[in-house]
Write a protein that binds this ligand. Structure first.
Ligand code: COA
Length: 176
């Protein structure tokens, strides 16, 4: 289990409006408050689409989400500066099952920053991180009414299939 911060995964991404976002792995010691601020101010729809069910957000839950190890629990954040202050605007993460080499991936972009290209770019970047980390396959479950993420994952090469039993789409992307 790796706990060494992977600084090689830091980069900068430009949003469609020219804003620059620092993209880097989550740092549990620094990011808890800012992550709570992001998750606790999402709209109900964004929260629902992220978790496929409305998920009340508490500080305790956000602390659990900060429990990364840069190995089988990886989170990549997008951060902008607003009035000289850092704000987390997106969270992309995967959880790897080491027995299969397959990882479930999920992403959320704060409502204030949706539609500016960050979701597509951050997900593409997380895919590259996963590939470099040796993940064999990424998959995600998506709400059938979430046309935006279905469009994004198809753009990035995922195959999207309807799973009748659970009433959701499943998106798959083999990496090796
Ligand atoms: C889905 C999400 C991650 C996308 O991030 P984003 O930054 O808003 O998306 P982008 O700006 O990168 O791209 C959105 C794309 O969807 C397209 N789109 C928007 N609404 C659409 C719709 N109703 N139907 C089809 N495509 C749509 C846009 O045209 C754009 O595509 P383009 O770049 O080819 O023009 C973000 O909206 C989000 O966090 N939603 C709530 C949480 C969620 O759904 N998470 C996914 C579950 S894992």
């Amino acid at each position: 289990m790796s706990l060494i911060y992977p600084g090689q995964f830091e980069t900068v991404i430009k949003l469609r409006d020219g804003t620059e976002a620092l993209v880097r792995p989550l740092k549990p010691s620094e990011d808890k408050d800012k992550l709570f601020e992001m998750y606790s101010t999402l709209s109900k729809e964004t929260n629902y689409y992220r978790f496929l069910n409305y998920q009340p957000v508490t500080r305790w839950i956000v602390e659990q989400w900060c429990d990364v190890n840069y190995d089988d629990k990886m989170t990549i954040l997008a951060i902008v500066k607003e009035n000289g202050r850092e704000r987390i605007i997106a969270d992309s993460r995967y959880y790897l099952d080491k027995t299969t080499g397959e990882a479930e991936i999920a992403i959320v972009v704060h409502d204030d920053y949706q539609g500016k290209g960050i979701g597509t770019k951050l997900l593409a970047y997380t895919i590259e991180v996963a590939r470099k980390m040796g993940v064999k396959k990424l998959y995600a479950f998506l709400s059938p009414t979430n046309r935006r993420i279905i469009h994004v994952v198809k753009t990035l090469g995922f195959t999207v299939k309807w799973v009748f039993d659970i009433g959701e789409y499943r998106a798959d992307l083999p990496l090796q």
